[in-house]
Design a protein around this ligand. Structure first.
Ligand SMILES: O=C(O)CCC(=O)C(=O)O
Ligand SMILES: [Fe+2]
Length: 375
């Protein structure tokens, strides 16, 4: 890319963010007839979207939380070890009202949603943006212009310290039409997260409370995604491929679909279609570390499927409640398996800095490999 092109892309990116309107704003403006280059991979088509790519058949397990505990734990263990994703049913609540509230935010008139637009991260715990998951190739060249996803996201910090600030905390900052349903959802998903953490901990064979005690896990961020329809869906990506940095995430999605993940272990992509009345749990990088690689943190991304309708999903990320919390493989797991520790301990702050430097792939791991005797 010569300097003139690079300058244009930079200016186009600045212009796009200056609208504070997201991808929805592009569509609302009616002036955009083709997908702008900012959203296109260098060859104009995302290399891994159909029809260039085959999908590997693989069904994400569905785990009924009302089944006897030993069988639930066994299924969670099998899923976490093989594909890193599982659906849960009989979890006790329905996400429909929260998904409708998330949609309502993104469909607010520009004047109501743009004050929340921020590239610098949260303002009092909330921000709205079109933000890329940077792949490692961009991390290798930080000056490169990021490829934007075809989606807008409302991020809300929901960790305890954000909820207990005066004025209703971060949820209290949201437009009134979304507040109640998202607050209710935050409470329900936080409770589900405690159950899931207990199951994952038992699945590691270290007892129900060990994971929570070692990581001080809590529901920390709610990402309300809005994937816009596109007239040329195969040329854009709703989300670029990434692994989640968290311990684990719980995802609610509407009926549209589009999520794909490398589930089969052969490197191919598999559709993860929505299953009615389930929520989707996936393991993130931090739990991969805590489990000393017993559990998988699997790459995933979102395709745009529709030329007409938007897709809505809500991802709630579970993380340690404090950036200074030390995270590392559980010592009893290392001892029991007789395998060496695959990571040294690190803080969340160190880990997030590494992801910023190395991209949202898995190359951050090299930073935390233990120093061997021979080094
Ligand atoms: O919207 C989805 O299906 C997935 C979202 C996701 O991967 C994320 O928020 O990390
Ligand atoms: Fe993700």
């Amino acid at each position: 890319m010569d300097t003139a092109d690079a300058y244009d892309a930079k200016a186009a990116l600045a212009d796009f963010h200056a609208t504070r309107a997201g991808v929805r704003g592009l569509i609302e403006s009616g002036a955009v007839v083709a997908v702008p280059p900012l959203f296109l991979a260098p060859n104009g088509r995302h290399p891994s979207t159909p029809p260039l790519e085959t999908t590997t058949p693989f069904a994400v397990p569905i785990i009924d939380l009302s089944s006897p505990r030993p069988s639930v734990v066994a299924l969670v263990r099998a899923a976490a070890r093989t594909c890193g994703f599982f659906h849960v049913t009989n979890h006790g609540f329905r996400p429909g009202a929260a998904l409708a509230a998330a949609r309502a935010f993104h469909e607010l008139p520009l004047v109501a949603r743009s004050p929340f637009y921020s590239l610098a991260g949260p303002v009092e715990g909330v921000f709205y943006s079109t933000m890329p998951n940077d792949p490692p190739r961009r991390a290798a060249d930080p000056a490169a212009i990021p490829i934007l996803p075809w989606r807008d996201t409302l991020h809300v910090n929901i960790g305890q310290k954000h909820l207990t600030t005066p004025g209703g905390g971060s949820l209290g900052r949201l437009p009134t039409e979304c507040q109640d349903a998202l607050a209710e959802y935050q409470r329900a998903v936080s409770d589900l997260g405690k159950t899931v953490a207990g199951l994952l901990s038992e699945a590691l064979g270290v007892g129900e409370g060990r994971l929570a005690a070692a990581t001080r896990v809590e529901a920390s961020t709610m990402a309300c995604h809005y994937y816009l329809p596109c007239t040329e869906p195969t040329r854009v990506m709703g989300s670029l491929e990434h692994t989640d940095p968290s311990l684990f995430a719980v995802l609610a999605q509407d009926a549209m679909g589009g999520l794909v993940a490398r589930l089969g272990g052969d490197g191919g992509w598999t559709d993860v279609p929505p299953v009615p009345d389930t929520l989707l749990v996936n393991i993130g990088d931090l739990l991969k570390v805590v489990s000393n690689d017993e559990f998988k943190s699997v790459e995933h991304k979102v395709r745009i499927k529709s030329t007409r309708d938007a897709r809505v999903s809500i991802a709630v990320f579970f993380n340690p409640d404090d950036d200074s919390q030390l995270i590392g493989p559980l010592p009893e797991l290392v001892a029991a398996a007789g395998t060496p520790e695959r990571y040294r301990s690190f803080t969340m702050a160190e880990f997030m800095e590494s992801r910023r430097d190395l991209g949202h792939g898995t190359s951050w791991i090299t930073r935390f490999e233990p120093i061997s005797e021979s080094d």
